[in-house]
Design a protein around this ligand. Structure first.
Ligand code: PLP
Ligand code: COI
Length: 340
């Protein structure tokens, strides 16, 4: 039975689904995948995830295609990034096969929650890896829990594919240059909450973080990477404190396919006035055009999309990416896994 949801009105939020899947790492090895219909976890009060932030998560999406088939986008890259994060904070790595099986099982078990094609919504998949073993001294856990749940989502920014306004934040940092910014750990998001609140309270959709040391170079747009377009070139930051976005990696490829040059380099904020288009990209954000960047501290506002519309190259990239994800156009790089 289809759930009673207004698919095209869905926000980016939590909607309960039927099942999640879980797997425990004990005595040096992963156990069997378990299916659960509980939304709760029972974990030890001294679990390292709770005290020392030994926790990682991922985010990827499944789409109901134009042809009715279920498409999963680049799960291998999410598996790899979660393994890299696990190494980064000394957790047991989830092997590719376990990651794939858990994701596919979670999607199939909740198939009735996959939003129909054309609604602008998709099924967000949230793999979670936590240190579940008890420790009081600082050190990695010996036991871990891997969970995958899914939830149908609409656009991350309420504006959807329309220009958003963002604010530069200087009085808090999300991640240190040699810290955990390149890993997808919960602590980075805790660190970003002050910046999010400050930007939201001032009426902006998201904070823009600059490099921690000099506050001159663009790092990230909250929970998304930054890109700019200038002179037929796709420009995106190179930094040791940003998350390597799978969406951005895909857009770099698509930009090259479209004949654009690509530059991955530090981007000084003084370059902002010279950009023709700017945007945020990520699994949740997809491509979100930026219409205004407000440097609140300096009283300077940079504006884009002056006609109120996303720029032509951002639009082309958006249509190409979404077209591949929903099966409207061919998938030349084999990014899609069909779930049958
Ligand atoms: N940057 C941060 C901090 C994020 O949380 C995300 C979301 O995952 C991204 C960038 C975009 O990464 P991806 O495209 O892999 O979703
Ligand atoms: C994603 O794009 O998958 C993210 O992780 C963003 C999320 C933190 C809201």
């Amino acid at each position: 039975m289809k759930p009673n949801l207004n698919w095209s009105e869905l926000k980016f939020g939590y909607v309960p689904t039927d099942y999640n899947v879980r797997c425990y790492y004990r005595d040096g090895k992963w156990g069997e995948l378990e299916i659960s219909s509980s939304e709760y976890l029972s974990i030890h009060m001294a679990a390292t995830a709770l005290h020392y932030g030994q926790e990682a998560f991922e985010g990827l999406k499944a789409y109901r295609g134009k042809d009715g088939k279920i498409r999963l986008f680049r799960w291998q890259e999410n598996a790899k990034r979660m393994q890299n994060t696990a190494q980064g904070i000394r957790m047991a790595e989830v092997p590719d096969e376990l990651f794939r099986d858990a994701v596919i099982k979670a999607v199939k078990l909740n198939e009735r929650f996959i939003p129909p094609y054309g609604t602008g919504a998709s099924l967000y998949i949230r793999p979670l890896l936590i240190g579940s073993g008890a420790e009081v001294g600082i050190g990695p856990a010996k036991e871990f829990l891997f969970v995958v749940f899914v939830t149908p989502v609409g656009p991350y920014f309420k504006e959807g594919f329309n220009p958003v306004k963002i604010a530069i934040i200087r009085d808090s940092d999300r991640a240190a240059p040699l810290g955990t910014g390149t890993f997808k750990v919960g602590g980075n998001y805790a660190a970003s909450l002050r910046g999010f609140k400050k930007a939201k309270d001032a009426g902006y959709s998201s904070p823009m973080y600059l490099d921690c040391c000099e506050k001159k170079y663009i790092d990230e747009i909250g929970a998304a990477n930054f890109f700019a377009i200038k002179n037929n070139t796709y420009i995106t930051p190179k930094s040791t404190s940003i998350l390597p976005s799978i969406t951005n990696m895909s857009l770099i490829q698509l930009a090259e396919d479209l004949g654009l040059k690509v530059e991955r380099r530090p981007i000084h904020i003084d370059e902002l006035p010279s950009f023709e288009e700017v945007g945020a990209c990520g699994t949740a954000a997809v491509i979100t055009p930026i219409g205004e960047i407000n440097d609140i501290d300096k009283g300077v506002v940079y504006t884009y999309c002056k006609d109120g519309l996303p720029g032509p190259i951002s639009t082309k990239l958006y249509n190409t990416l979404l077209g591949i994800q929903c099966g409207e156009i061919p998938d030349p790089h084999n990014w899609i896994t069909f779930i049958e």
